[in-house]
Design a protein around this ligand. Sequence first.
Ligand SMILES: Nc1ncnc2c1ncn2[C@@H]1O[C@H](COP(=O)(O)OP(=O)(O)OP(=O)(O)O)[C@@H](O)[C@H]1O
Ligand SMILES: [Mg+2]
Length: 216
Amino acid sequence: MSLVTEPDPHRHKPCIGLTGGIGCGKSTVARMFAELGAGVVDTDAIAHRLTQADGAAIPAIRDAFGDGYITTDGALDRKQMRDLIFSDARAKLRLEQLLHPLILEQSRVQLRQLQGAPYIIIVVPLLPESPAFRKLVQRILAVDCEPDSQVARVMRRSSLGETEVRNIIARQTPRAERLSLADDIIHNDASLADLAGQVTALHQRYARMQTTIDGG
Ligand SMILES: Nc1ncnc2c1ncn2[C@@H]1O[C@H](COP(=O)(O)OP(=O)(O)OP(=O)(O)O)[C@@H](O)[C@H]1O
Ligand SMILES: [Mg+2]
């Protein structure tokens, strides 16, 4: 246990939670913010690392779900787990309850390491469902697009069929609910150049937020 006291939250750089449905463009937007100089924390990447071979979440997953969900090299068996939680809501909840505190802890570590950046974008697909993450951020930024765009983009990128993608969308937080939580919205139905323009405009606002919060 570290005896170092938590830094005063008001001295933290502004932290903006970036969320959005599957394939809406979260990772693309996060990359654009990073190119402009923002600090970026990606909770999907953190979750992936936690569940890799010998990842910090593996012992708890083994305890909760058994050896059948761990590959021979000691990673989460993603296909087995996907099949399980697709049909078993309680298992999905159990996995989330196990992973979320670890993801949150690792996010806090990365936030502290990124305090040199003017502000931090933290990508949290499940932000609407996660009170702990909503408490961590000062603003919520939603990337939004038409469901047809989501379907087309995810199908182009993966082996999923249209029905599968629409089923995933149907299980996520409804679009209207996500938008009602957002302080800022990026509309991603046009070109990547248009997207970059929206990101640049927000970057300028977010970079100025720092001085307000720091009282500078
Ligand atoms: N405006 C756009 N025009 C064309 N292609 C786009 C646009 N925005 C995103 N894409 C493409 O759509 C796909 C999905 O985008 P991205 O990976 O950024 O979404 P995501 O929200 O991170 O998805 P996931 O929920 O799976 O993490 C990517 O292949 C990306 O290159
Ligand atoms: Mg992504």
